[in-house]
Design a protein around this ligand. Sequence first.
Ligand SMILES: [Zn+2]
Length: 275
Amino acid sequence: MSSKNRLTEAAYQCLPGGPLDIDRAFMISFVLPIRSGKAWEVRKGDICRIIAVGRTDRLAILNIWSLHNPRERFWASRTRQLQRAHVSVYDRLWSTLPYLRPLVTISGDSLKDYGVDGSGIDAEGGRVHDLLGTRCDPYVNRMLTGEDNDYHCHSNLTRAVAPYGLTEFDVHDVLNTCPAKKGDYFEFIAETDILCALSTCPGGDLSKAMWGEGATEATTADPTLECCRPLGVEVYRLPDGWLTERGWKEAMPNGRAYKGGHALKEVLFASTGKS
Ligand SMILES: [Zn+2]
């Protein structure tokens, strides 16, 4: 360090390799506590990683929207048809009509070989990262138990997106992942600017019943609390130009190609029958 500049330089110098020399590609990092929700933005081309930071976890209850238009959001059922019911690396998560574009592409999955023999299937036929279920919610809880609980995934996501002007009507069907060990991760690249919201399920890893037979003690002893774990989220930015040099482009809505008008202009079909 040059002494002649000492009086005008910062007291704590950010020198290469020093403790203040942060990785500037690291955009967002937070830990989501148990039974909570949080939303965050991921810009196109950025990499987002969701990490199990506890011993075991129901890794993620994830919602995704186009950042600039929340009417465009993740469409779990079409993704099930275009990709598969249990998604992993290179699968894409598609958006609703009339947009129909990949919001993200899965770029990393430490559980892709989950199972007893690396087949992706465990001894009970279970797999991970599924599009089969939906979020738990206080309405079905009330219907089944007669009690109110405000920390179901639907409510966690509703609180999470409120700062973005969204409501529970914007919360939608989800990507579930379960189970995971500490350090396991699920990673994706944003194909356009997106808003993500994540809930750590109050049911934890679902190893204990929330309703019905076996859940009798749940209302008093809260047995699912012990299987709830926090999650970590990290967002990285790749070096400028790295993606475009490899041919990557922001995904555009495929729906724009449709030039029909849903037959709102009446067309009379010829009848072959005789009256
Ligand atoms: Zn839940």
